[in-house]
Design a protein around this ligand. Structure first.
Ligand SMILES: [Ca+2]
Ligand SMILES: [Ca+2]
Length: 184
């Protein structure tokens, strides 16, 4: 089955909202530096030391691995290369598994501010609230992905939801809501 517009919209949302930070239309190393600075601002850290420096290093590691998706070797990953990579993933290809796992664990650790291994609504909202994602969107999204707060969101649960986000064409799958956004 070809990729649905719905799934493509999800992939493009993540591309624009989290990866192509400088809106250049493609992802390159500079985007990861900017992303690290953005995350550090949220937490009151600096990229030069401590946790902030760790964040920068983890993101640069993600870029080193993501570079493999740059199939025309122009030094950046554009939207088509991005979607092709995720389609390969959805079909069971594991070329990009390494960076995808790193990115997923990184994203989880960024949300798990208290470090106890689970994500609560306030942690989820602090990271996912954006211009187009309100506090109430975050509450609703968290409710949907935690099955009405009945399921604890630990790293194993998050890994399942995360996979659903990137592979599912079903608009009602709980994994669609891991970024707080309700509609694509
Ligand atoms: Ca860019
Ligand atoms: Ca490219």
């Amino acid at each position: 089955m070809a990729m649905s517009d719905f799934r493509r919209n999800k992939l493009i949302y993540v591309f624009k909202a989290f990866f192509d930070v400088d809106n250049s239309g493609a992802i390159d190393q500079q985007d990861f530096r900017l992303a690290a600075e953005r995350i550090c601002r949220v937490h009151g850290w600096t990229v030069n030391e401590g946790k902030g420096a760790e964040v920068l290093q983890r993101l640069l590691d993600v870029w080193e691995a993501l570079k493999r998706a740059d199939s025309n070797s122009d030094g950046s990953v554009d939207q088509n290369e991005w979607c092709t990579m995720w389609e390969t993933y959805a079909k069971g290809g594991n070329d990009s598994q390494e960076w995808q796992d790193k990115y997923r664990d990184f994203y989880f650790s960024i949300m798990d501010t208290s470090g106890e291994g689970t994500i609560e609504l306030d942690e989820f909202a602090a990271v996912n609230k954006r211009d187009d994602v309100s506090d109430s969107d975050c509450s609703e999204a968290f409710k949907l992905l935690s099955k009405n707060n009945s399921s604890i969101v630990d790293s194993a649960t998050f890994a399942q939801l995360w996979k659903e986000f990137f592979t599912s064409d079903d608009p009602s799958a709980p994994g669609n809501f891991i970024y707080g956004k309700l509609k694509f």
